[in-house]
Ligand binder design. Sequence first.
Ligand code: ACM
Ligand code: ZN
Length: 516
Amino acid sequence: MIKALYTVISGMFLFMTVAAQQIIPLPQKMTAGKGAFIINAATTIQAPQELESEAGILQQEIQMITGNQLAIEKKASGKNAIILVKTKEQAPAESYRLDISATGVTISAADHTGIFYGCMSLLQLLPAQDWKSDMAAAPVNIPSINVTDFPRFKWRGLMLDLSRTFMSPDYIKRTIRRMAFYKLNVLHLHLTDDQGWRIPINGYPLLAEKATTFDPSFHEPKEFQGYYTVADIQDLNNYAKQMHVDLVPEIESPGHSHAALFAYPDLSCSGNIAPIFPFFSGDGVTRDVFCVGNPGSAKFFRTAITETAAMFPSRYIHLGGDEVPRTEWEQCPKCQALVKSAKLDNTGALQGYFMQQLRDQAVKEGKRPVAWDEILHDNKSLTKDWVIMSWTGSKPGMEAAAKGYDVVMTPTSHMYFDYTYNSINTKKVFEFDPFSGNQDENVTRHILGIQANFWSHIDRTQARIDAQLFPRLLALAERAWSSADDKDYEKFNTRKMYHRNWLKYMDVKYYRGDFK
Ligand code: ACM
Ligand code: ZN
């Protein structure tokens, strides 16, 4: 009797610890129950028509993880079932409940994203093992548990630099899936920069023709160059929608624009633009920028913004604004004439003047503009609808938040995933404080979230990009989603170690040095 009781209690304890170790990002609230639900070949997924997409993804993943092909039923009979329920309750956006007992599983949420995230948590409670494509169907136990969960931040992001290195649509899709598994919801696509302009714009055919490949003299691999067709983007949008990831496009202006200026040199101050070179063959930040004294430059960006806004359904459009040297503007008669006619304080103020025009176009297209933090400099007329991406540190972002700007924190100190693990390891990402110690709710409510930036000038192959992103993205996901009280790195690390199997499942070539 005592031995039997011991077995039951230790069994419960095992379920509790296993469950608690399993979910990344750590849910807001979890209570372990008794016993386990068993998924077998007769288990069904019961979901109304409107949750067809989420039910289909759950079905597919369960099959890949366990080998069991579950039928999807539209009616809820409740027996041996995983039931998805869209509730009419008031609940925080993206929140969900996941209730697992010996008799069944229920995922309930007020929005589709919440249902999807309930499904992701459920998947993470399945046994993580080395996945095989010929997995035989076998019953699997899921520990009983009640999870109530919601995100700390609404912006849980990653930026991929697609200009320094073109990444295939297939790789972008795989990244979207991996993000979704960890409840990351914003993929910021850095589509234009000195090394390439990666989407077609009607009215500017030379972009696709001349601004998407490196000069042949550099013998750059073919796969690192090119552009996304409208069909590619549509396909990415469809996939991202299913995965509840928002694709935020970035059109850089008025600097970091060498590739576009190579196609349209008349829009530069000098009119003389060298062929497109790989990052390490140049100066890092090129001195050529758009000539803002030439009305053609604003026209170019107005068109690019309209077209990009039509291609991507996101509410946001990023307009760049970082690292804009003033050297060319200082020497350009057209730019200097504009400083006078617009009654600007100095040459530097041209940037804010120009970007505010682009903001007007974005707003006209129904979008909210985003920019890097330098947009706050020399800019007296910056409207409060800009979202500031604080990359030069956390300080500009905290100052902007105090002034009432919404902010995404992406400081080089913690969030630059092109940096080595020696300078930013997973623990450092986990320990990032998005509020810099500030407790003032009037300030912190403007911090929309956090984002990792991956610049692709050093690590360029898929395997190396994977290693730069993983496992650091797991720590970012936890910091972006979980409670601020979740501070114990050792506990996170135990879960991270367990997730090595899930990374293998998703074929991630993660950085091994952080799994020792
Ligand atoms: C940046 O890293 N220049 C935004
Ligand atoms: Zn000029």
